[in-house]
Design a protein around this ligand. Sequence first.
Ligand code: ADP
Length: 436
Amino acid sequence: MKASLAREFNRLLLLSGIAVAASVALSSLWPLIIALIAYIYWSTTQLFQLYQWLVREDHIEPPDSSGLWGELYTRLEHLFRKEQRARGDLQGIISRAQESVNALADGVILIDQNGYLEYFNQAAAGFLGFRRYKDEGQPLTNLIRHPSFTAYLNSGVFKEPIDLVSPKDDNLELQVQVTEFGEGDKLILIRDVTRLHRLEQMRKDFVANVSHELKTPLTVLKGYLETLLDVTPEEQTRLHRALSQMNQQSLRMEALVHDLLLLSRLESTQADDVQQAVLVHGMLNRMREDAISISADKHHQIELDVPKEARVIGHPAELDSAFSNLITNAVKYTPANGVIKIRWWQDEKGAHLSVADNGLGIDPRHIPRLTERFYRPDNSRVTQTGGTGLGLAIVKHVLLRHNGSLEIQSALGKGSTFTCHFPPERLVSKPTAVAG
Ligand code: ADP
């Protein structure tokens, strides 16, 4: 570049020298003016050529030129080639990325911060019936018209995925998970979980059917055992003991079948069948009396701190099951003379019921799994208490059906507090239909 610059400078110097010499020789400014006009004309022509070459799309074959202009063309052409190569490489990467995303079995959707559809792969089109070009740029909630999906997308909380039935095919169960990136853009992953759903449904049906089928033989067995117990004199100690143990176990089996059927119903039916304002004071007071009789010679001190007018909108029988499970557990897992406190209160977050005891407590590492069916931190407790292992699973399901949640705080050897939280929409402002 330096050499071309020097050459251009020399050329200009030579032209000016000749023009000045001619001007002096002829004692006229005309040679100088003509030389200047010629140089300006030549430079303008070169500039025009450059402009024309630059506006061409391909930038190949630069115009013939020498000196500084020639050097400029060569350099620019080199730059263009480099940029074209980089663009080609980038396009290749983008195409490969698109091809691989298109080949995924899971659906992938990209939406911008306003919720408009930017991109979807083939699987997403298959799951949701999207049409290329036609649906791009549309609001996603217009294309997936599910109230639960709209609520999920608007909630801004995407820790957990949600399940949807495909708008295109009622038999297709989809799991949708949103991930945020950039400035409010969203990547939505969609998985076909139809098979999992079917398996889950089969499991639920199987448990419900088995439990149901067990009911009748169990009733017969229990009936005969009770009769046999009645007619067997207590002097026949061994036989009497065996019969009474069989009777106890049949009662336990009956409780198990009852809980399994209840859990199946909670899982498989819609939540909003019987919803009314439930008077919880009466319900909890009755449970307290039951607890005192179960507690019997353990002489628990059972305190009730529930406002008389306390009400919650819900399903009375389900709430009854949940609350009584918590209170029965407190009695079961609190040694003699322990204190059990049942408290109900209301605040801006909703209504809350806590059942606190100063009993055996639970090691905190077991707490996250406690609401799983048949999960027991300590199996030795089962034989002593005769529980079904389904109580807390029932509580959790009942609360989920009431849009609530269960909070468990516990320390081994110190006691436990189980708190049911109900959201504000479950509160009753004015007394209406009442149950309890
Ligand atoms: P079950 O009581 O029939 O075993 P649950 O689902 O009601 O089944 O409870 C699961 C486990 O949680 C119990 O086995 C027990 O170990 C523990 N648990 C529940 N409530 C309490 C409590 N109040 N204090 C201590 N442990 C408890």
